[in-house]
Unconditional design. Structure first.
Length: 213
């Protein structure tokens, strides 16, 4: 049976939810009240405990899983592209649809998780986005991305009210998995005057955890 992009995205969403639950539990057991390095936002982000784990710890655990999933997908995507360019068309029984660009797959997986009813949300943002929808969408995202631009080794934390709901929001640097990721970003966004270099962040992963039921 041919594996389609829809199957890949649905499977990724289901695996992510399962991995997140396990990751949160493991993270809580191994690190206790660990907070990680980084900066707090204007609200000082001193979020109180939300049930058995604090909103910040939830965001940290989610980031571990999401960032690892993104890195592995990027590497698989590049490997697939490399294999396709170096070989002939594979036999029908082994054929699988070429996966989407990592940023598109990331967005579709995030949307799939929301459709499945997840209380948290996550998104990919950049100050130099290839598409407008990947640019900062809120004041906190803009502030957080600006902070990461000058503090690429730190995270940014804050609180915001969206749609009448209070959220703890964390912004983590998005570091390309391979040099090819930077080259592709520069190639498909010619309107951006500044070229990114290998080792620089391309943007940030924004994770939101509700502070109330």
């Amino acid at each position: 049976m041919t594996v389609t992009r829809r199957h890949l995205i649905a499977l990724a969403g289901s695996l992510l939810l399962a991995a997140v639950l396990a990751g949160i539990a493991l993270y809580r057991i191994e690190t206790g009240l660990h907070r990680g390095k980084g900066s707090t936002g204007a609200a000082n982000a001193t979020a109180e405990s939300n049930a058995a784990i604090s909103p910040k710890d939830q965001a940290e655990a989610l980031h571990f899983v999401i960032a690892a999933d993104r890195e592995m997908y990027c590497k698989a995507f590049l490997a697939t592209r490399s294999a396709d360019s170096a070989s002939q068309e594979p036999p029908a029984a082994e054929k699988i649809r070429t996966p989407d660009c990592p940023s598109i797959a990331f967005r579709e997986a995030a949307e799939s998780v929301q459709v499945k009813g997840a209380d948290f949300s996550y998104a990919l943002r950049s100050l130099t986005p290839v598409g407008r929808r990947n640019g900062p969408q809120t004041e906190l995202e803009q502030t957080g991305m600006a902070f990461l631009a000058s503090h690429p080794d730190e995270n940014y934390y804050g609180e915001e009210m969206l749609g009448g709901r209070h959220y703890f929001t964390a912004v983590y640097p998005d570091i390309p998995a391979e040099a090819a990721c930077v080259e592709c970003h520069n190639r498909v966004s010619p309107s951006i005057p500044r070229r990114h270099q290998v080792g620089e962040i391309l943007g940030g992963i924004v994770i939101r955890v509700p502070l109330e039921d």
